[in-house]
Design a protein around this ligand. Structure first.
Ligand code: ADP
Length: 910
């Protein structure tokens, strides 16, 4: 949204800027040396010309005959960024430096009317004063005779026009051969000075015939002074400014005046040509016009009047045009502004609508999401409720079942306990009874835990407080774990203060909490680890903690371990998940707390805090309820099977992570098999490859490598692919069975199993294997492997394919190499990618022959084929099939076929 707005504003600004674009305006500064009629006329012309140029502004400043003021004026123009300066210098010597300075700083300068010393200007415009002087002389000659007395009133001393006008006049007089000037004086261009000097000159020359004044103002002054003196000399002036000079001629104040051309408009045009980089004349000399005297003064004045009038009209028109133009500009600006506002308005409306639509869509989405969330919440709620009801009924069911189980279990437990210690048991019976005894105890404890937990939930669990010495009790409880610690090389440290720690607790419950915490620590701490139990009483609170440096618990699991039935490892649980929740219940009944800190890989610390209370009774030390047997029932495995190896029996590999199962299966099978065991899949694969057993019994759920994967690897490995695998699992669901077969398993037995079934399945698998061997054996008549299509009951296709491929490869190699006397079992085994003993067991398993027997049999068969099908000599054939001597060949042949090779040849030749 904001992005759109920025773009729109930018676009509008561009439009506005384009609309307001204006041509560059030139600033022209005009510095007049003084303010007289001639200059006024010129200023009028300048202003008139400027009217025709939209992009020009002009500022005219008069120095009022002051050099200093003129210098200041010129500096003012330069400092205020005027584009060009036009100056009529008052006195050349005084003004030249400032003009030079400005000119050299890069500002163009036009000098007019009067010159400066040097060439420091961009352009010069002036009338030819000398020519004017000369014309005045010729006119004077026309007015008076050649003997006439002439007085000259000059302009300002040092001013260039004054000098030129004088020089021209003198030259003109000389040309016409007239008499010279009788007197001359400087009237400084102004009326007063001229009147003053004229007065004194008239006193000296009352008979003067003609006065030549360098401008009309001075001429008028002279005329008035002459009148006062009662004389009437002819008077000539210069400038012919309409209201002064020409008016004076019309009024017969003076006789004639010479037009000193102003041409202000020309100055502006030259300035613009310079500024626009167009061609211009650097020096412009204005032409001299004829005199204005009584004959034409009226007309000139009239012309001037009409010019003035026209100028007035032009001014008016100009002001009207300006007016219109400013109105037009205002309207244009208004138009653009309106356009911009309109655009902004449209943009704003568009954005508003867009955000409205987006909002609506968003709202619809939110409503939809809300609805979905509500649906989900409702579903969650109902699922939770269902779960709660299910859990509740499960618990009720468990409790009921537990109740029902307790009595039969007690009835089992007692006889089993008796039987374990019976003196007349065989070792195998003793071992099986041990397993039964241990598991009965576990079941017993589990049932008690469930019942206690249920009681706690129903608020029916009581605490029987009694004063005890906690440190004594804890020492005794800890003793039960000592032998387990020794067995696993675990440093079991009990940290206890020396003094007594007497307080009232329900000793039985706290003992169970202690047992749970310490046995958990043992379950999750590997051999050579450390478990530390410590306790103290401080600030009216008993604290005891169990710390281990075992596997630790992840952050997510840590938050949940006190929930009932929560187990971190759901696949390979080491308990029922009820221990900690019950411990928490027991501690809460004591008004205490239990907490855990743990870090994966570093270990865990469980801390129990119970407020110290006392009851009115002396401290007792109840006997511990849990003894070493309970500890080993909970944590330890019963001793492993004692295996007596008998070379006649087939070799059975049992893979299971539960030591009791390993032991049970071992005990059950040890009469019929030689047994090796592995406690996880990885170890199982290693032993299978190393010993190439005749049959494998494998659990499905195992740590490190599960049973399915383990089976798959065994079935893909050449050395082990032929071994029948029986999967033993607690999962009886069909799809898991299919998964088991997919991985190549040959049979499947669900837990709990009967020993008879297990034995029967193993037996049948081994028998199947034997049958297959026989098929291979018979197929060996022609030294190729049996076709894969041959029925192989109980054997999966995968293992057949691998075994066929193996056998064909072996036959192909052996047939081409059999003539080689150096061919040994080792060479062939390594060619087939197996070790010597693996190769031996594989060949034996597939063909029932040892490799040496198989080689000999294959050689003899090939020899027989050569004897019957070729003319090769017997010794040739003997060497060709790989016998070291013909004599040995003959012996072996007779042993195998009941006749010697030569007897066969004789039979054939007959
Ligand atoms: P169980 O009775 O199955 O042992 P508990 O309630 O006692 O169950 O424990 C809950 C879970 O907490 C267990 O599954 C176990 O993984 C984890 N746990 C308990 N104590 C420890 C420990 N000291 N180290 C690592 N994990 C532990």
């Amino acid at each position: 949204m904001r992005k759109y707005l920025v773009w729109m504003v930018l676009a509008m600004l561009t439009v506005a800027v384009a609309a307001c674009h204006e041509e560059k305006v030139y600033k022209i500064g005009v510095s007049q040396c003084s303010q007289d009629d001639w200059r006024m006329k010129m200023n009028d012309e300048i202003n008139r010309e400027v009217m025709f140029h939209e992009n020009v502004v002009v500022e005219i400043r008069s120095a009022d005959d002051s050099n200093q003021k003129q210098i200041d004026d010129i500096r003012y123009f330069a400092d205020n960024s005027f584009d060009i300066i036009i100056a009529a210098p008052l006195v050349a010597d005084a003004i030249t430096p400032v003009i030079k300075e400005v000119y050299e700083s890069g500002i163009p300068v036009i000098v007019f009317d009067r010159n400066i010393n040097g060439d420091y200007f961009t352009a010069f415009q002036g009338a030819d004063n000398k020519a004017i002087g000369k014309a005045a002389a010729h006119y004077a000659r026309h007015l008076v005779n050649d003997k006439a007395k002439i007085i000259e009133i000059r302009g300002l001393k040092g001013s260039t026009p004054a000098t030129s006008r004088h020089d021209g006049f003198v030259e003109g007089l000389e040309e016409s051969g007239s008499a010279g000037i009788v007197a001359e004086a400087y009237g400084d261009w102004n009326y007063d000075d001229a009147s003053r000097v004229a007065d004194s000159l008239f006193r000296l020359h009352p008979d003067v015939d003609l006065v030549y004044a360098h401008n009309d103002r001075m001429a008028i002054g002279v005329s008035e002074v002459a009148a006062r003196h009662g004389i009437r000399p002819r008077i000539i002036g210069i400038d012919a400014a309409p209201e002064i000079g020409i008016r004076a001629v019309v009024d017969s104040v003076i006789d004639a005046t010479f037009l000193y051309p102003t041409e202000g408009h020309r100055l502006i045009r030259t300035a613009l040509a310079i500024l626009d980089g167009k061609p211009y004349d650097r020096v412009t000399s204005l032409p001299v016009a004829s005199p204005v005297d009584a004959t034409n003064a009226d007309i000139v004045l009239l012309q001037n009047e009409s010019l003035k009038e026209e100028t007035g009209k032009i001014k008016l028109l100009k002001s009207q045009v300006d007016d219109y133009w400013s109105k037009h500009s205002a309207q244009t600006s208004l138009f653009y502004a309106a356009g911009v506002i309109l655009l902004l308005l449209f943009g704003w409306i568009f954005l508003l609508l867009r955000s409205f639509w987006l909002n609506r869509a968003h709202q619809r989405q939110l409503v939809e999401q809300n609805r979905l969330l509500e649906d989900q919440r409702d579903m969650q709620k109902s699922l939770n409720e269902q779960l709660r009801v299910a859990t509740q009924s499960k618990l009720v069911f468990f409790t009921n079942v537990s109740h029902d189980l307790r009595t039969p279990l007690t009835l089992i437990a007692e006889p089993v306990e008796q039987m374990v210690n019976a003196p007349n048991l065989t070792p195998q019976q003793h071992s099986l009874m041990q397993i039964a005894n241990k598991n009965v105890k576990i079941l017993h404890r589990l049932i008690n835990q469930i019942l206690d937990f249920r009681k706690y939930e129903n608020g029916k669990l009581d605490v029987n407080l009694a004063e005890v010495d906690f440190s004594k009790m804890m020492t005794e409880w800890s003793e039960s774990f000592r032998s387990m610690a020794r067995k696993h090389d675990i440093r079991f440290i009990v940290d206890m203060p020396e003094e007594e720690m007497v307080l009232a607790i329900d000793a039985e419950k706290i003992e169970r909490v202690f047992f749970n915490l310490v046995s958990n620590a043992f379950k999750h701490t590997p051999d050579n680890g450390t478990i530390r139990v410590s306790s103290s009483i401080r600030d009216g609170e008993l604290t005891f903690s169990v710390a281990d440096n075992g596997h630790g618990i992840s952050k997510e699991d840590l938050d949940r371990i006190f929930e009932r039935f929560y187990q971190v490892d759901k696949i390979h649980p080491k308990g029922s998940g009820i221990g900690l929740s019950l411990a928490k219940a027991f501690i809460e009944l004591h008004g205490g707390t239990i907490s855990a800190e743990s870090e994966l890989g570093k270990g865990s610390v469980f801390t129990v805090r119970i407020p110290v209370r006392h009851v009115e009774a002396s401290a007792v030390t109840p006997c511990p309820l849990i003894n070493e047997n309970d500890v080993s029932a909970e944590l330890g495995a019963v001793d492993s099977v004692e295996i007596v190896h008998d070379s006649e029996k087939p070799l059975l590999l049992i893979i299971d992570d539960n030591r009791d199962i390993l032991r049970l299966v071992g005990e059950l099978m040890k009469d019929d098999y030689n047994i090796i065991t592995a406690s996880d899949g990885k170890e199982g694969v290693r032993l299978a490859t190393k010993y190439v057993p005749d049959i494998i019994i494998c659990d499905v759920m195992m740590p490190v490598l599960d049973g399915l994967e383990c089976c798959r690897i065994i079935k893909e490995e050449i050395s082990t692919s032929h071994i029948p695998v029986l999967m033993l699992t607690a999962c009886s669901m069909d799809e898991q069975r299919v998964e088991g077969y997919d991985s190549g398993a040959d049979a499947y037995v669900a837990k709990p199993f009967s020993s008879a079934v297990l034995k029967a399945r193993c037996k049948s698998l081994i028998a199947n294997r034997k049958r297959i061997k026989e098929i291979w054996h018979s197929g060996q008549e022609a030294p190729v492997a049996p076709k894969p299509s041959l029925p192989a009951p109980g054997v999966t296709g995968a293992s057949n394919d691998i075994d066929n491929e193996f056998y064909n490869r072996f036959i192909e190699f052996f047939t081409t190499e059999m003539g080689n006397p150096d061919l040994s079992v080792d060479t062939i085994a390594s060619e087939m990618g197996l070790g010597r003993s693996q190769f031996y067991r594989k060949i034996k398993a597939l063909t029932n022959y040892s490799p040496v027997e198989l080689f000999r049999s294959l050689r003899l068969k090939q020899a027989r084929a050569l004897l019957t099908g070729t003319d090769k000599s017997i010794s040739e054939i003997a060497y060709e099939v790989g016998f070291s001597t013909p004599a040995y060949f003959t012996k072996c042949y007779r042993d195998a076929f009941g006749e010697t090779p030569s007897e066969l040849r004789d039979k054939l030749s007959r």
